[in-house]
Design a protein around this ligand. Structure first.
Ligand SMILES: C[S@@+](CC[C@H](N)C(=O)[O-])C[C@H]1O[C@@H](n2cnc3c(N)ncnc32)[C@H](O)[C@@H]1O
Length: 392
């Protein structure tokens, strides 16, 4: 069995609550790939149990601060808790979708499991979650209120490299014949769980989309960085007069139109396959204006080093978005860069407002939907900022 003894600094770090312990913070640490090991303070007292990585700088991801070794009953209770929390949020209707397991923030280091109707998509990002995958899937099936039709392993993220793991995409159970259909309130849409972004879809914006849709009723809506167009499609169903979706990914553009047709709103939805940064500038300069503008770009700052460049990108993008909004209209502006803090993001928006010569009010600063928990001692799980703004 592996063993781990912290340095004094490592002990102090762990006491602050962060669940990741770096290799440098151990006086000694050894174990096999993904093994559950006991973590001890410098004098040999147990500080809990964590999953070991032979490769990553993060040598141990804590599972529990209890002295007792986690057993089957411990993991089943944790799994049942995760499923019950989603049920209490009203996110467990069989035809809907949600994040069932949100990694370290849910107490399952490195493991994400998203549910699209009755299809489960697993994304494992660490040696520990690879080792625990099949055991935890067995417990999840016990905890779920209905049986899954299919389970897909979509472990193809780049973080696996840091753990010395290969990427993989495989069907673990059941069969998958094309996209999975999901019902999200009034909207029916298809998800490409093997080829789409992330596990197939951006579930973290599910509540923000419905809130944004209310702001576009009767007006023109611009959905920039649209992916499958779900902001725009919700707005169309809520009563927008016209919706323009901008996206550069060809497959996503095709899905937007397919989803518009199946929801009976194809007559008011238009898709343009463009580079948003260039297109929005040209659109603003030609005088186009919208009652609601949504900008939901990919993360501009993937590391701390990229924050400065990202700041320029966010200011420029929000400047164009403000230009494109009618006086009295709404702008919903998101950033999913964990490295850009909420107060800095608002400063970037205020710089954009100043550049545009417009007044902008922050009406709400939303986060990811609550099925994507934010563990306060793990700041990495606080990444999505979605600013609901009124533009004067
Ligand atoms: C965070 S996702 C958007 C999610 C989407 N709003 C939703 O609700 O599901 C960012 C999207 O921007 C697209 N994208 C990235 N850079 C782009 C660019 N320069 N122009 C247009 N689309 C871009 C990506 O293909 C991706 O679909």
């Amino acid at each position: 069995m592996g063993k781990a003894t912290l340095t004094g600094k490592g002990r102090r770090w762990l006491l602050k609550g962060h669940p990741w312990v770096y290799r440098d913070d151990f006086a000694e640490v050894e174990g096999s790939m993904g093994e559950l090991i006991n973590v001890n303070d410098p004098s040999g007292g147990s500080m809990g149990w964590g999953l070991y990585s032979t490769q990553s700088r993060i040598a141990v991801r804590m599972v529990t601060r209890s002295k007792e070794q986690p057993n089957r009953a411990f993991w089943l209770e944790r799994m049942q808790g995760a499923v019950e929390r989603r049920a209490r949020l009203g996110m467990m209707e069989p035809e809907g979708a949600c994040r069932l397991i949100g990694g370290d923030a849910d107490g399952f280091p490195g493991l994400v499991i998203d549910r699209y109707a009755k299809t489960l998509v697993v994304q494992s990002g660490s040696q520990g979650s690879d080792t625990m995958r099949d055991f935890l899937l067995g417990l999840l099936k016990e905890a779920m209120p209905f049986a899954p039709d299919a389970i897909i392993d979509r472990s193809d993220t780049s973080v696996r490299k840091l753990e010395g793991l290969e990427k993989r995409v495989e069907v673990l159970e059941g069969t998958l014949d094309g996209p999975v259909t999901v019902q999200d309130g009034p909207l029916t849409y298809d998800v490409d769980v093997t080829g789409g972004h992330k596990t197939g879809h951006y579930l973290d914006q599910s509540i923000n989309r419905k809130d944004a849709a209310k702001l576009g009723v009767g007006g023109r809506v611009l959905d920039a960085f649209a992916y499958d167009g779900l902001f725009g499609l919700h707005a169309a169903l809520a009563g927008a007069k016209e919706v323009v979706c901008l996206e550069q990914n060809k497959a996503a553009c095709e899905r937007i139109m397919q989803n518009a047709e199946r929801n009976g709103v194809a007559d008011k939805v238009r898709v343009e396959k463009v580079d948003c940064m260039k297109d929005m500038r040209a659109r603003a300069e030609s005088g186009e204006r919208y009652e609601l503008v949504i900008v939901d770009p990919p993360a501009f700052a993937r590391s701390k080093k990229e924050v400065e460049g990202a700041a320029r990108g966010y200011v420029e993008l929000n400047r164009r978005a403000i230009d494109l909004t009618v006086p009295g209209g709404s702008l919903v502006s998101a950033s999913c860069s964990h490295n850009v803090k909420a107060e800095d993001f608002i400063r970037m928006i205020s710089k954009a407002a100043h550049g545009a010569g417009r007044s902008v009010w922050l009406e709400n600063l939303a986060k990811a939907s609550p099925d994507h928990p934010h563990l306060v001692t793990l700041p990495e799980t606080d990444y999505l900022k979605c600013a609901f703004l009124r533009v004067g």
